[in-house]
Design a protein. Structure first.
Length: 134
């Protein structure tokens, strides 16, 4: 299956906007492919306002988020791989979602070549794999 991250980002962006709030992204600025002004980075992270009134040409794509924004009065291109997005939230209320570090799809045709052999199936697993995010 494909990653659910871009779908979650688009859905939460729409939900935040529909509620009249301001969507922000929390980004791991150290990830490869992140293009943001260095002055915006604090402690290896950057918070980006992606409200329609704050950016131009916003693209919430399957692989990356792109837009034009003003930093210190100067318009600059911003590029953020979807995997570098740590969270999307409403600045006004703090409601939103932290995204998992990496949700790369798991192999479906057995282990990778040269990898370990799968353990025998011991029946259904106990406990869930979902987390409650408030």
């Amino acid at each position: 299956m494909t990653s659910n991250r871009p779908y979650l980002l688009r859905a939460l962006y729409e939900w935040i906007g529909d509620n009249g709030m301001t969507p922000y992204l929390l980004v791991d600025a150290a990830r490869e492919g992140v293009r943001v002004p260095p002055s915006a980075i604090k402690d290896g992270r950057v918070v980006l306002n992606i409200a329609a009134r704050a950016v131009a040409q916003l693209e919430l794509g399957s692989q990356e988020v792109r837009f034009m924004a003003r930093f210190g009065g100067v318009s600059q291109a911003v590029q953020v791989p979807v995997l570098a997005v740590l969270a999307i939230y409403a600045q006004d209320s703090g409601q939103g979602m932290m995204l998992p570090e990496d949700d790369s799809p798991l192999p479906t045709n057995g282990p990778p070549a040269g990898g370990p052999t799968p353990a025998p199936d011991d029946g259904p697993r106990k406990g869930g794999h979902l987390r409650v995010v408030k």
